[in-house]
Design a protein around this ligand. Structure first.
Ligand code: NAP
Length: 308
């Protein structure tokens, strides 16, 4: 029986692990399918406190893992498929052996959203992706596009100018949602061309099944046109990874875990939530880390109240 199982290895999960391990709870961390979480798909992180020169996302996550393990946290590479309440504890069914735990912290984060267009899933990796850091270098000296108007879209567009001959930034409105610094950086870049009031209506492929162009649709007039691009980078936000929690704990209409006011507790005693899985407002590395810390403290108090 584990005292505490932390599901997820992003900033929230690893910070919870550091705190729980230092409280001698020897937490078990289950990594899920993307060890290290979303920061492993980013390049330089410039806004994590303590790193005035920035730090690479994957390195920051590796350091967090090491910090937790130094104090006794253990990491297992398994994905949880279902949590079953059982007589004062929980059975976590995984793609490997089941695990029993007195308390659980859900820190499974969120996954990138796509456009929900026909044939989309099959095109991922064939000229369609949500990760410029992962795939940008494959598209050298060819035109590509980014869809979205937030910080992610601007960051990805700026990054892609290192490789692509041209980066179209396709946004459904005529104003970016991104912070001013990120928006300015993107719009001042001569290789980036914004396409306002537009969305992608279809992906067009070549004989090998790779993206060769997209059909653009004007959001005001409905007029359609073709834009030649070799890759589409989708940056339109995320969906929380909570499918395995349906029917067990309270989720909001968009699937985010509902925390009790002023706490990381969920509506099920002994299950806590931290980070992007419960936060659709701030979604920052440092806010996820803070939430992970709070969840570890809440879990520790819960165990103390149980007399464990
Ligand atoms: P976001 O801020 O939610 O922006 C999503 C963008 O996608 C919006 O511009 C939205 O359009 C557009 N969009 C949503 N659904 C769409 C659809 N179906 N079709 C076309 N466009 C669609 O998401 P994000 O950019 O991923 O950022 C998430 C959070 O992470 C934010 O808090 C952001 O500040 C943070 N972040 C920070 C950094 C950094 O500081 N280094 C980098 C990346 C992200 P509308 O504007 O019309 O709603």
């Amino acid at each position: 029986m584990e005292n505490l199982v932390i599901i997820g290895t992003g900033c929230a999960g690893y910070t919870a692990a550091i705190y729980a391990a230092r409280a001698n709870l020897a937490p078990l961390i289950l990594s899920g399918t993307q060890p290290g979480g979303q920061l492993t798909t980013t390049t330089e992180v410039e806004n994590y406190p303590g790193f005035p020169d920035g730090i690479m996302g994957p390195e920051l996550m590796m350091r967090m893992q090491q910090q937790g393990e130094k104090f006794g946290a253990r990491t297992d590479y398994a994905s949880v498929t279902k949590i079953e309440p059982a007589d004062g504890h929980f059975i976590l069914h995984t793609d490997a052996a089941p695990v029993e735990a007195r308390t659980v912290i859900i820190a499974t984060g969120a996954a990138p959203r796509y456009l929900d267009l026909e044939g989309e899933k099959a095109l991922i990796g064939h000229g369609l992706t949500s990760c410029a850091t992962c795939d940008g270098a494959f598209y050298r000296d060819v035109p590509v596009c980014v869809v979205g108007g937030g910080d992610s879209a601007c960051e990805e567009a700026s990054f892609l100018t290192k490789f692509a001959s041209k980066v179209y930034l396709i946004h459904r409105r005529d104003e970016l949602r991104a912070s001013k610094i990120m928006a300015d950086r993107a719009l001042k870049n001569p290789k980036i061309e914004p396409i306002w009031n537009s969305g992608i209506a279809a992906y067009l492929t070549d004989e090998k099944g790779e993206v060769r162009a997209v059909t653009l649709k004007d959001t005001n007039t409905g007029a359609e046109s073709e834009l030649e691009v070799k890759c589409v980078f989708v940056a339109i936000g995320h969906v929380p990874n909570t499918q395995f929690l349906k029917g067990l704990i309270d989720l909001d209409a968009n699937g985010y875990v509902l925390q009790q006011p002023g706490s990381t507790a969920t509506n099920v005693a002994g299950i806590f939530a931290a980070g992007d899985v419960a936060d659709h407002v701030y979604r920052q590395a440092v806010t996820a880390a803070g939430d992970g810390c709070a969840a570890a403290l809440d879990a520790e108090r819960h165990l103390a109240a149980l007399g464990e």
